[in-house]
Design a protein around this ligand. Structure first.
Ligand code: NSS
Length: 430
């Protein structure tokens, strides 16, 4: 007899014995009956173990079983209105595979304790649901990228140059020289479009962010894409289609999990192209109209992003940021040279930035002048500048924070719950 996943037990015929295996989610006994709830990756089911229906030794094993022990159960399925999902399994065989010591996590634990026991807490239903939603979102992106002829590539994580400024670099000893953990694969993707045209990568990115916020991790998963022959407007078209495909993938393949983590899934159905587009200057005017006192040139932080998107139902692109707010590699906008041809994508309902993207500067002289202005040491970037020397081509790309998107899709308060083992300023264990 083969083992059925818990989810499949609900449709198993009642006249046949079936076997299941998993972990004890709840256990309670009263005299000659033991009530158990069995959990596996697919769901939970009630199991009743009655003395006399199985060998005494197995009944005793069920009576003494502890929460989170791994077990194998044999039995038949019966309708029972009081049981979760309307079915229960009545055991005719019960084996403990790995007995659990008293589980350190019970109801109403402090956030700190849960984080210290993250390796155990990830078994919870909410965490399991979030991980499945994340997988569905990433699969949605990969499917869309494949359909649209993007090649997945594998850039390095050990690098010798910054992409997003020196202040958030993690430095490490690389034999007898210094190296850094990558902040972004962008520059390597830029090198790869010369042979592959349309590329993307999904890698960890590292930011030594001292800020303790609900949207910053020091290690996060970064989906980055680069495309030749595309300007920043075309770049936005790609982003809105890909983000919509991620949400659609979740709605289609992780609907049950969504119901575990959020009350209302309707707002997600509105995430379809076209997304809203406003310029930075328009955004500043809108914010100042709401009582902010922003000068042109101020960067938009979390509160401003929240205010801009609080009432929106679709994501919002904010385009054409002033040069002083953004990185040196972006293309100057021909229509407004005070700005770059760039856009950040902000998720609706106040969730804030999920993507940063731009057209890239292709003019070698402009790039070099800008780097000199900003006192950037040229040597580690020589290879990057070569890309402008040998067959330079108009191109654009972006980076999407996978956990930021999952936080938005799941409606999570804190980004750390979008990753099984969060890394933040105060946490690298477990
Ligand atoms: O710094 S970004 O805005 N842009 C880049 O790194 C570009 N070099 C990407 C590219 O064009 N290939 O980061 C991109 C996204 C940003 O919108 C967030 O969604 C996410 O990466 N991000 C983060 N997520 C979690 N934690 C932290 N600290 C974080 N920093 C950025």
């Amino acid at each position: 007899m083969s083992y059925l996943p818990v989810k499949r037990l609900f449709s198993a015929p009642s006249d046949e014995e079936v076997e299941a295996r998993g972990w004890i989610y709840r256990a309670r006994s009263s005299g000659a009956i033991v009530f158990l709830v069995l959990r596996d990756s697919t769901g939970i089911i009630q199991v009743t173990v009655k003395k006399g229906n199985l060998p005494d030794q197995e009944f005793e094993a069920a009576r003494g079983v502890t929460v989170e022990s791994s077990v194998m159960v044999r039995g038949r399925l019966f309708d029972d209105k009081r049981a979760p999902g309307g079915k229960e399994m009545r055991a005719s065989g019960f084996t403990v595979v790995g007995s659990a010591q008293t589980f350190p996590i019970t109801e109403y634990q402090s956030e700190e304790l849960l984080l210290d026991h993250r390796h155990l807490w990830i078994r919870s239903r909410e965490q399991t649901a979030v991980m499945k939603i994340k997988a569905a979102a990433m699969a949605g992106a990969r499917d869309w990228l494949k359909e649209n002829d993007f090649t997945e590539v594998t850039p390095p994580v050990l690098t010798t140059n910054a992409c997003e400024g020196g202040t958030t670099l993690f430095k490490l000893k690389y034999f007898d020289r210094d190296a850094y953990l990558s902040q972004s694969a962008q520059m390597y993707l830029e090198a790869l479009i010369f042979s592959l045209d349309r590329v993307y990568s999904i890698t960890p990115s590292f930011r030594a962010e001292k800020s303790r916020t609900t949207r910053h991790l020091t290690e996060y998963w970064h989906l980055e894409l680069e495309e030749a022959w595309v300007d920043y407007r075309g770049n936005m078209d790609i982003q809105e289609q890909m983000v919509s495909a991620m949400v659609e993938g979740v709605l289609k393949n992780a609907g049950e999990e969504l119901a575990v983590v959020r009350k209302d899934i309707e707002p997600l159905k509105a995430i379809v192209p076209p997304f809203k587009r406003v310029t930075y200057s328009q955004a500043v005017d809108m914010l100042n109209g709401q009582g902010y006192e922003l000068g042109w040139g101020c960067d938009l932080g979390a509160p401003e992003e929240r205010a801009l998107t609080a009432e929106e139902t679709v994501p919002v692109f904010v385009t054409n940021y002033p040069k002083e707010c953004k990185a040196f590699y972006m293309k100057e906008d021909a229509d407004d040279p005070r700005t770059y041809a760039c856009a950040d994508l902000l998720a609706p309902s106040g969730f804030g930035e999920i993507i940063g993207g731009s057209e890239r500067e292709t003019d070698l002289n402009k790039l070099v002048a800008r780097m000199q202005e900003q006192d950037i040491c040229m040597e580690p970037y020589e290879w990057y500048l070569d890309l402008r020397r040998y067959g330079s081509v108009p191109h654009s790309g972006f980076g999407l924070g996978v956990e930021r998107v999952v936080k938005f899709i799941c409606g999570l308060e804190h980004i750390r719950d979008a990753v099984p083992f969060p890394r933040t300023v105060s946490r690298v264990y477990p």
